[in-house]
Write a protein that binds this ligand. Structure first.
Ligand code: FES
Ligand code: FE
Length: 443
């Protein structure tokens, strides 16, 4: 990619910790991102519990484009571009549901849940010679992967296998999606998806959850109000010692937390039933995992735009790009499937008090992202780079988690994860194909 005669790399000075504002406000770069990042990377599209039975479907998106996540009669999941092969009409206009066929409302072409074109109006009389319907099915992603209930897809056949793409962050996904007691139980979604638009570039969201401990100062009022699950101040129970871990090759950033096994964990004190449940989970977790029991994920971003809270609240957020200064937020929430109903209800209230369009913590974050986007678009503003210099040269290896790790207390003030995200962003933007992206390399 060239930009004003330079490359994307020229906009991201990883060594000095300086990043051009053009990365966040330039319309041309944004159009390039759709092609070079969102048409290449593995993207989160949904959860298996959203398509439990053959014929269930959930309409998701990849980049700006609508896709249908569905399950065929044999139980195989598929992801199709949500556009008719005849004249492009959106084949499925509902958010989720169950069907035998997707029938296009424009001229009536119909598609099976495995993507085959099965019905064409006036096919016998109107098409002589007949065209080969097998060549005109729904457009399907090049690769699909399921992992611990989550479903991922990429349009690029040359992308590496999903587990390679996860790299060092695999353990983070294991921790974030597993049952709270460390056993084999499932997690499930609480309700469906919260969706809302914000006037922000999508990368502000991605970098926030990749590991931006310094922004916590902006949640001061929420901490004072006390929206957390205890009876006192704060937003969360004690997360423990924080470890910032980046995946240098793949661009993922995770904030882990660690509590030693001797910890007397008292959580969710505002609800005795919930507190009892989590106390029992902690005891079972200690029995199963020993010294590793206290390792969990606080937040993380898997490149490019899937972010997760693995602890409190438990949730996945996808920051879908909708323009250089518009992002559509999709957030889902998780609970242990086997948790008592009273516990799920308590968590539901706590989660949406914290996150989502009405969540007080998320509102703080959105204020920052939205105003930062707007205040960076001007002629003068965009001449001056952002500063990502915190924690330069601090990270190293660590006995608890993989990747390049910065331990507490520096972890809260290091910008190593955000710098890494933009280094990977620049690699994607400059690469002509996955051949230039694997094995991933630093510069
Ligand atoms: Fe779908 Fe014509 S656009 S049948
Ligand atoms: Fe925040």
């Amino acid at each position: 990619m060239t930009f004003n005669g330079g490359s994307a790399k020229s906009l991201v000075d990883f060594q000095r910790g300086e990043i051009s504002r053009e990365v966040f406000v330039n319309e041309g770069l944004y159009r390039e991102e759709l092609d070079r990042i969102f048409a290449r990377a593995w993207l989160y599209v949904g959860h298996e519990s959203q398509i439990r039975r053959p014929g269930d479907y959930f309409v998701s998106c990849m980049g700006e484009e609508s896709v249908i996540l569905t399950r065929d009669p044999l139980g195989t999941p598929h992801v199709f571009l949500n556009t008719c092969r005849h004249r492009g009409m959106k084949v499925c206009r509902y958010d989720e549901g169950h069907t035998v066929h997707f029938i296009c409302p424009y001229h009536g072409w119909s598609y099976a849940t495995d993507g085959r074109l099965v019905g064409v109006q006036q096919y016998e009389t109107g098409y002589q010679p007949p065209f080969d319907k097998s060549q005109w099915g729904l457009i399907e992603v090049a690769q699909l992967a399921t992992y611990k209930g989550t479903i991922w897809a990429t349009w690029d056949a040359a992308a590496p296998p999903f587990l390679d793409y996860l790299g060092e962050a695999r353990i983070a996904l294991d921790l974030a999606l597993g049952a709270w007691d460390g056993g084999d139980g499932e997690t499930e979604l609480l309700g469906s998806v919260q969706k809302w638009l914000i006037p922000s570039n999508w990368k502000f969201v991605a970098e926030n959850f990749a590991g931006d401990g310094l922004h916590v100062v902006s949640h001061r009022s929420v901490d004072m109000t006390g929206i957390g699950p205890t009876a006192g101040e704060g937003r969360r129970d004690n997360p423990g010692r924080l470890l910032l871990a980046m995946s240098p090759a793949w661009g993922h950033g995770i904030t882990y937390s660690y509590l030693p096994p001797t910890t007397n964990r008292v959580e969710y004190a505002a609800s005795p039933a919930t507190s009892d449940y989590f106390t029992q989970c902690w005891e079972r977790r200690l029995t199963k995992l020993g010294s590793q029991a206290g390792l969990q994920v606080v937040v993380g971003t898997l490149f490019p735009n899937m972010s997760m809270h693995g602890q409190q609240p438990r949730t996945i957020l996808v920051a879908h790009p909708r323009g250089v200064a518009t992002t559509e937020m999709w957030r889902v929430y998780f609970v242990d499937k086997d948790a008592p109903q009273e516990v799920k209800q308590f968590l539901r209230h706590y989660y949406i008090r914290y996150s989502g369009p009405a969540g007080m913590t998320e509102q703080d974050d959105m204020e920052n992202w939205n105003y930062a986007t707007a205040a960076s678009r001007g002629t003068i503003a965009r001449r001056h780079p952002y500063n990502y210099k915190a924690g330069l040269g601090v990270g190293g290896s660590h006995e608890l988690v993989p990747g390049v790790v910065t331990d507490y207390p520096v972890s809260m003030s290091s910008e190593q994860n955000t710098r890494t995200l933009y280094r990977r962003w620049a690699q994607f933007m400059d690469a002509n194909s996955w051949a230039d992206l694997t094995p991933a390399r630093a510069f």
